[in-house]
Structures are given as C-alpha cells and as structure tokens.
Write a protein that binds this ligand. Structure first.
Ligand code: NAP
Length: 350
C-alpha cells in the first residue's frame, strides 16, 4: 500500500457556538513519520463523555481553541519509522489515552499529551503515534470492539485493579450503565465479585443483569439507594464503589462502602451540596477515596491479558455504531444518555 497523502479528520472550530453541531470534516496532509513513530490507519473510534464536554465547552482548559477531537481509536499499522523495532505493518493496535504515560502514576507532562485535547485527537483516518504509546489489541476483538478500550475500559480496570486490587468474593457497587460503568461491571464479574448496579432505567438494568450484575437499583425509584446497598450487604457496605456521578452521588457512594472500603472517584455527572458530615463518614469509616486518571500503557497491557483470558465475560458492549460522516449524530446520541456501554464511529471502511 502506498503511503496515504491525505487524511479526512474532524475539527471542532474555535469559537464554536453550537457545540458539537459545529463539527466539520476537513482534509489535511498526512505528516511525514518521525523515526520513532508509527503510522496507523484508524478503523474505529469511540466517544467519551469528555468529547461531549470538550465540544460543548463545559470541560475546562480549551475554551475557544480549535480541537481535533477523539481520544480512543483502534487501527492497523501501515508504516513504521526506521528506528521502530516493536511494530510491523499489519499489526492491530490502540494508542494509550496519554501517549507518554508508560507506567506508574500520570504526571503533568503525560496529562498534557492527552489525545483530543491540546494534542490532536484520533477522529481522523490516518495518524502517527509514538511507537511506545501503542498497545496490541486483544486478538479476538474487532477494531470496533477494541476502540472501546483506551479510556472507558482502562479507567474501569484502573479503578478495580490499579491499586487496591479487587478479590474474588468482594462486593462492588457500580453507578450507571455508561462506558466506564459497563466495563467496570464486566471486570468485576470476571474477577469473581458480587456486583450491585444503579441506573436511571429498568431497561438498562436488565442489560446489566444479563452481564452478571446480581443486584439492581433504579435510583429514580429509590433515591436513598445507599440504604438499599446497606440492606443488600447486611448493613456492612461494599468493598469497592465505582463512582462516576460526582457531587450528587459521592456522599451516598461513601455511605455505601464498608469500613475500610474504597471509592474510586472517576466522574462528575451531577451537582449537589455535600452534607457537612461527609468528612466524619470518610474518617470514621476509614474510607479510601482514590481519584482515577485513566491509566498507563503498562496497565493497558495488563488489561488486555485479563480480557484475553476471559473472552466470554469481556465482550465489549457497543450501543450503536455510526459512520464517519455521521459524527454529529454520534455526539447527539451520547448527549441523550440513552446508551448503555459505548458509542463507536467507524472511521475507515475495513
Ligand atoms: N477520571 C477518569 O479517568 C475518567 C475516565 C473516563 C470517564 N470519566 C468520567 O466519568 C464519567 C462517566 O463517563 P462515561 O464515559 O462512562 O460516560 P457515559 O458513557 O456518558 O455514561 C454516563 C452514565 O452515567 C449515568 N449517569 C448520568 N447522570 C448520572 C447521575 N446524575 N447520577 C448517576 N449516574 C448518572 C448514566 O447511566 P444510567 O442512566 O444507567 O444511570 C449514563 O449512561 C464522566 O464524568 C466522564 O467524564 C473519567
């Protein structure tokens, strides 16, 4: 295959007044590869809540800037720089969300390099990546399935396996049924945990049940869902909480955890005032609150091992696939919050 010269890619122009409604497809030249880089033909990408926030300007830092969106892609290596030894043409890869976050904790520098922010993203047909930022995708995954991994799956994996490791027999509370939450459900079930899922919808809860959730709570019908969690755990509380709701749910999540339990603080989807006794609850129940920031290349590789060892329990849940040209509709579907799992965009025809 001769090297492509042009890549079609999405652009969010500066000064966008209609948020993601201003997304446009532009043609750009494919840049010349550096010696340590790999050129990837992007087959599929998935959308994150962050992409919506960026487009609608309620995610700090990029107000008024031009953005090439998208952090998550899966694709095929089509050429390699002359110093690259670990990849060859035809390899199937994802790029890590923060390409230079190779292992351990993130740093300010690795975070600045996050894809789809200040650094151009992956909603493009061809993109070069530093060779060390790439991870081999699970052998049995399609590109669409693999595109769900870099942000949502790795964040969920980090929440449960990153530091305080989940054990078989643990009880895990998972909030919601979006991209991060469904992957957390699958990793928790794969690890032999008992899983409680909350959701706004009984229909979504049925999907969670099919994926292995044992207890289901509709938080619209049961606003005091933390009390229900305590009942389900004989008053003890859960070992781990995967907390994506933010201000409006954090207090309840903390009250749902057992003494010494952990709460992985991941998302900000709701607003509310914290009750004053939140500090007492954290201290007197010895709760471990841990902010999660996606994950490293090393953690991504560990996650792929877990997925390949448990293919029957880790099939990605893809709510809907959109064509590349239908990017605005894909964002609108994400905004509707009707989805379960991930929303995928087919970037190049396979
Ligand atoms: N820290 C990190 O590294 C990291 C990484 C990825 C994502 N995030 C953040 O995590 C959050 C979730 O991301 P995502 O990609 O999974 O989003 P998503 O796919 O849009 O899913 C969000 C889900 O959360 C539930 N939800 C919405 N509003 C809620 C509320 N007020 N209270 C409780 N649940 C609510 C909904 O499920 P139900 O209808 O079933 O309730 C919804 O489907 C976002 O804030 C995102 O920015 C953080």
């Amino acid at each position: 295959m001769s090297p492509p010269k042009i890549s079609r890619q999405y652009l969010l122009p500066a000064g966008r007044k209609d948020g993601y409604g201003n997304l446009t497809i532009v043609e750009v030249e494919v840049p010349k590869l550096k010696v340590t880089e790999v050129l990837v033909k992007v087959h599929a990408a998935s959308l994150q809540y962050r992409d919506l926030s960026r487009a609608n300007e309620f995610y700090g830092g990029l107000k008024g800037r031009e953005v090439i969106p998208g952090s998550d892609m899966a694709g095929e290596v089509i050429s390699v720089g002359e110093d690259v030894t670990e990849w060859k043409v035809g390899d199937r890869v994802c790029a890590n969300f923060c390409p230079t976050h190779l292992y351990g904790d993130a740093t300010d520098t690795t975070l600045e390099g996050a894809l789809g922010g200040v650094v151009p993203g992956v909603l493009t047909e061809y993109r070069s990546f530093p060779s060390q930022s790439l991870v081999r995708i699970p052998a049995h995954f399609s590109y669409q399935q693999a595109a769900t991994l870099p942000c949502a799956a790795l964040t969920a994996y980090n929440a449960l396996h990153g530091r305080k490791q989940i054990k078989a027999g643990d009880t895990v509370l998972i909030l919601g049924t979006g991209g991060v939450s469904i992957w957390a459900l699958q990793f928790a079930v794969t690890s032999g945990a008992t899983v409680i899922v909350t959701s706004s919808s009984d229909e979504k809860l049925k999907i969670a049940q099919r994926l292995g959730a044992k207890h289901l709570i509709n938080y619209r019908n049961i606003p005091d869902w933390e009390e229900e969690v305590l009942k389900l755990t004989n008053g003890v509380g859960v070992d781990h909480v995967v907390e994506v709701g933010g201000q409006g749910t954090l207090y309840k999540s903390i009250k749902s955890a057992r003494i010494g339990g952990s709460v992985a603080v991941i998302g900000i989807l709701s607003q509310s005032d914290f009750p004053k006794d939140i500090f007492h609850v954290v201290i007197y129940r010895a709760i471990e609150l841990r902010g999660i920031l996606i994950g490293s290349v090393a953690l991504f590789r560990d996650m792929v091992r877990l997925i390949e060892a448990n293919p029957e329990k880790t099939t990605p849940v893809i709510d809907k696939v959109f064509t590349f040209e239908d990017g605005v509709a894909a964002y609108a579907h994400l905004e509707s919050q009707k989805h379960v799992g991930k929303i995928v965009i087919q970037v190049s025809k396979d």
